[in-house]
Design a protein around this ligand. Structure first.
Ligand SMILES: Cc1cc2nc3c(=O)[nH]c(=O)nc-3n(C[C@H](O)[C@H](O)[C@H](O)COP(=O)(O)OP(=O)(O)OC[C@H]3O[C@@H](n4cnc5c(N)ncnc54)[C@H](O)[C@@H]3O)c2cc1C
Ligand SMILES: NC(=O)c1ccc[n+]([C@@H]2O[C@H](COP(=O)([O-])OP(=O)(O)OC[C@H]3O[C@@H](n4cnc5c(N)ncnc54)[C@H](OP(=O)(O)O)[C@@H]3O)[C@@H](O)[C@H]2O)c1
Length: 369
């Protein structure tokens, strides 16, 4: 049954139950990266490895309370949600509207002057709805006017970290919880959905399956697979490895993982080491960026192993990368070009053609965010 056949979708998310919330990072880590297990029992929802899970989050109640207090509302006022249904203002601000980024309409409503608009981007960086209300305290709204200048809260996607063949009616995620400070305020900032999963999901997690047909394991189970997944980019590759085991795939698997420190940030260390011992993972290459004076990233390790990596490609390997889109995926792409040039005896143009051909054959696949 596909996710649409189950009757649950982005438009009609399944009210799932979070069954496991386990911290993967250790004491002293800079990160709070978590393993979540969400029960899909009774939903009929099906997913393939490579898919993502959509999660509809709620805002944190301290933030909702501060916004209500700032505006002089009790929260019991009746308003219309972004979906057009009636609700109390507190419920609408909790589940229906974005509070962590001010909308253009809100800025217009608080009378941001035209000369200030030039530096709007600078002003907005790191500011949320409450910051704007505090800064423009003369602004007045009725509850209905206020919700009209907010944007609709959107679901977040998470790469699925499990194979349904291995875990049944469950779905696993690997999530970095977003918390940070901004210069202009003492108030801690929190990512809406990652903190929702980690702290506010007791009464249910509305979810849907987001299909990613471009990011599947090879249909030919004999094909070798190279996976590059630093940080939370590891998530789909945990699923791939479960899938390759469950389907008895004979093709060899090579995983590159990177994080800051081996002692505190080695996500799923025991699982991957067990996969090496059992022969499921033929190669497992790690890059701990902060365990030595000079940063070492996954792409440095790829180049160190360039000869062998090129041999795998020549044997028909599929190359996958997942994680940070801004820097990592670009640097990994550049490393791949270097490897093909250095080990395939190719010019820059020839290496580009080689990699374009990989893409055409769908043997170079990315899931980056
Ligand atoms: C296909 C896909 C798969 C994904 N898979 C995963 C996954 O497996 N695991 C995972 O953890 N995430 C994954 N993500 C990212 C995920 O969807 C969310 O974007 C992430 O969890 C943050 O959401 P949030 O609601 O917690 O934070 P939000 O409320 O959306 O806040 C995030 C925003 O906060 C701001 N911000 C963050 N840090 C700082 C800082 N230090 N200083 C100033 N501003 C800052 C940035 O503007 C950032 O965009 C994936 C995304 C996509 C598109
Ligand atoms: N806005 C921010 O400030 C911020 C900060 C961190 C993460 N993020 C985002 O949050 C998401 C989750 O992050 P994450 O916890 O999964 O891990 P991540 O930040 O992607 O880090 C995982 C590993 O990748 C390393 N890394 C950093 N730059 C790299 C590069 N150019 N090439 C290869 N490796 C690189 C990191 O090293 P070092 O950390 O030692 O450099 C770390 O060892 C990602 O989308 C990321 O972009 C945002």
């Amino acid at each position: 049954m596909s996710s649409s056949e189950s009757g649950f979708s982005r438009k009609n998310p399944f009210p799932a139950v979070l069954s496991v919330n386990q911290k993967l990072t250790g004491e002293g880590s800079n990160k709070d990266t978590r393993h979540f297990e969400i029960s899909l029992a009774g939903s009929g929802l099906k997913y393939e490895v490579g898919d993502s899970l959509g999660v509809f989050p709620s805002n944190t109640s301290p933030l909702v309370d501060l916004v209500l207090k700032n505006l002089g509302f009790t929260g019991e006022e009746q308003v219309t949600t972004a979906d057009g249904t009636p609700a109390t203002l507190r419920a609408a601000l909790t589940t229906s509207y974005i509070l962590t980024e001010p909308s253009k309409q809100l800025l217009q409503a608080v009378f941001l002057k035209p000369e200030e608009k030039g530096s709007l981007e600078n002003f907005l960086w790191g500011r949320d709805v409450l910051d704007v209300l505090e800064e423009f305290s003369a602004a007045r709204f009725t509850p209905e006017e206020f919700v009209k200048v907010l944007r609709k809260l959107q679901p977040r996607l998470y790469s699925i970290a499990s194979s349904q063949r291995a875990v049944g009616e469950s779905v696993h995620l690997t999530v970095a919880v977003v918390r940070y400070k901004v210069e202009h305020s003492q108030r801690q900032r929190e990512g809406v959905c990652s903190t929702f999963l980690s702290e506010r999901s007791a009464s249910g997690v509305p979810v849907f399956v987001h299909s990613a047909k471009h990011f599947r394991v090879p249909e030919n189970t004999d094909a070798p697979v190279i996976m590059v997944g630093p940080g939370t980019g590891i998530a789909p590759f945990r699923a791939f490895i479960q899938e390759r085991q469950a389907t008895g795939a004979k093709g060899p698997n090579w995983l590159f993982f990177g994080e800051q420190r081996a002692a505190t940030d080695f996500l799923y260390q025991q699982e991957f080491e067990a996969a090496v011992s059992s022969g499921l993972l033929q190669k497992f290459t790690t890059a701990f960026s902060r365990d030595q004076a000079q940063k070492i990233y996954v792409q440095n390790r790829m180049i160190e192993h360039g000869k062998e990596l090129f041999e795998w490609l020549e044997k028909g390997a599929y190359f996958y990368v997942c994680g940070d889109a801004k820097n990592m995926a670009k640097d990994v792409d550049a490393a791949l070009h270097t490897i093909v040039e250095q080990n395939g005896g190719k010019s820059v143009d020839e290496a580009r053609e080689y990699i374009d051909a990989l893409k055409k054959e769908k043997r170079y696949r990315k899931d980056v965010y």
